[in-house]
Ligand binder design. Structure first.
Ligand code: NAD
Length: 473
């Protein structure tokens, strides 16, 4: 062995020892957390190359470590995220992390194809991209990065994250812990990297760096537009405004319970969460009574007006009369009791949802408000309800929900809403495997069409052709 080799091996062993004993503290560098985006990308790239050499076994080990940690730390990290962002509900933040362990698919989801015949054998396999640049939202920071990490590593990639600045400390804590655990399992560090202080400039650095081969952004319209402008291929999980239709054939009590469950989940922060209800007028009163019976609190017209002012009426931006009313971010993901307080109403602190009757053009119908207040719009018949629901979805092609037992109506809405998720007779989260069949990801690629993302979303198709040999017959 030459001297250079010995000193390199000793150096690597020492640096690994230092890393494994480093304390996990949020906001600090180490174990995947870097000051500079360029360094975070370089580290992820070096790890990608190591992962490629280590093979699918190492991918499985890394994913296993992430699953174990997300379940074991669900309470601690849920609390950390809740305290940092101050939005949503702690119990649901914890649940969102727990379900990542079981419901997000891994390497078993990777497909391949083979064509065998007189001309030989052709295989199509699905290869990694390399380093993926991922952007995560404030509404579910650690759950989104956990789901992305499992999917992307399963496909053989490394990931650099530009997390939401308002939820970057909890994200960095999880990334550090995941990397430490992955290192212990595989000897590879930095499969997941990030920067201490994510900004628009660090996003720009990610978008321009040639080592980042693919982007996956999860967020509102701004980040989707920004990702598409980079010129890189981008998987975009964009905004939604999911409507619910309830027709005269629906099981009304069940529909009411489902609407409360979906619209109040994490105080309506989920992009798939029910945002407005269109109910056929013959059952509108029954639905509203059932909502009240199931614990939701009904607001009067004047209370709704006051809440609308509080939710959209920034006086500096022209209030609710302005052409572009601005959502009051302070109320996004707030408890129903906090919304009620805004309008001088005291409701029990455990109230899950407020609702009230509005017309189709109300701001709460039009805007993706992400608050536990749901407007209910009375419609003449199911045809009109479906039409209005589709209009309110704004062609985001995200999520729609229907409560009905009429096959024709369910079929019409399924075909015409053209959304990525369409849930029938259940709360919206059943569309992500929580109480419905199927798997989970917190990145639902809507404008770019990949749907609920899986390991396959983060692969490149490669074809390998052997001519006149290797076919068995
Ligand atoms: P947001 O758009 O404010 O932020 C999302 C991420 O994008 C953050 O990391 C933010 O820093 C970044 N970002 C925002 N504007 C940017 C720009 N111009 N350039 C670069 N980066 C930018 O959204 P949020 O409030 O954190 O999350 C809620 C939104 O995300 C809602 O619209 C919701 O529907 C959507 N969302 C969609 C999905 C999905 O799977 N489709 C999942 C979760 C959230």
């Amino acid at each position: 062995m030459d001297e250079q080799l010995i000193s390199r091996v000793v150096g690597e062993v020492l640096s690994r020892l230092q890393q494994t004993t480093a304390p996990i503290e949020s906001g600090k560098t180490g174990f995947g957390v870097y000051e500079r985006m360029e360094d975070a990308i370089d580290a992820a790239h070096a790890s990608f190359e190591k992962l490629t050499k280590a093979g699918v076994t190492a991918r499985k080990q890394a994913i296993g470590a992430i699953r174990r940690l997300s379940a074991a730390n669900a309470e601690a990290w849920g609390e950390l995220e809740f305290n940092e962002t101050k939005i949503g509900r702690l119990d649901h933040k914890i649940e969102k992390l727990r379900i990542c362990a079981d419901l997000v698919p891994g390497v078993e989801f990777l497909d391949r194809m083979a064509f065998s015949g007189d001309f030989g054998l052709t295989i199509i396999d699905f290869a990694p991209w390399g380093v993926i640049g991922a952007v995560t939202p404030s509404t579910h920071s650690v759950p989104t990065l956990t789901g992305n990490a499992i999917n992307m590593i399963a496909a053989g990639n490394a990931v650099v994250f530009n997390t939401h600045p308002a939820a970057c400390k909890c994200a960095a804590t999880a990334i550090r812990a995941y990397n430490e655990a992955i290192y212990k399992e595989t000897g590879i560090t930095d499969l997941l990297t990030t920067v201490v202080k994510p900004t628009l400039e660090t996003f720009d650095g990610m978008g321009k760096n040639p080592k980042v081969r693919l982007l996956c952004v999860t967020g509102g319209p701004g980040v989707v537009a920004a990702a598409m402008k980079t010129g890189k291929r981008a998987v975009c999980a964009g905004p939604g405004n999911p409507p619910v239709v309830v027709d005269e054939t629906a099981e009304i009590d069940r529909a009411a319970r489902n609407i409360i469950q979906g619209a109040s989940y994490d105080n309506n922060l989920l992009c798939i969460g029910e945002k407005q209800v269109f109910v056929v007028s013959s059952v509108a009163d029954a639905l509203m009574s059932a909502l009240e019976k199931a614990g939701a609190v009904k607001l009067t017209a004047s209370q709704i007006e006051k809440l609308t002012n509080a939710a959209f009426g920034d006086p500096q931006k022209g209030g609710i009369a302005s052409a572009n009313p601005v959502l009051n971010k302070k109320l996004v993901g707030a408890d129903a009791a906090v919304l009620a307080k805004q309008i001088g109403l005291d409701v029990p602190p455990d109230t899950q949802l407020l609702f009230g009757e509005t017309d189709e053009h109300h701001l709460f119908v039009e805007e993706e408000q992400m608050m536990p207040f749901i407007p209910v719009v009375r419609m003449a018949n199911v045809e009109a309800a479906i039409d209005a629901a589709i209009r309110s979805e704004h062609n985001y092609k995200h999520t729609a929900v229907m409560h009905s037992t009429n096959i024709r109506s369910l079929t019409r809405m399924a075909q015409e809403c053209d959304t990525t998720l369409f849930v029938k007779n259940g709360p919206s989260m059943t569309g992500l495997g929580l109480g419905g069949e199927g798997f989970l990801s917190f990145s639902i690629a809507t404008p770019t069409g990949e749907g609920v993302t899986t390991p396959m979303t983060f692969t490149r198709s490669r074809r390998c052709v052997m001519v006149e040999q290797l076919n068995l017959y």
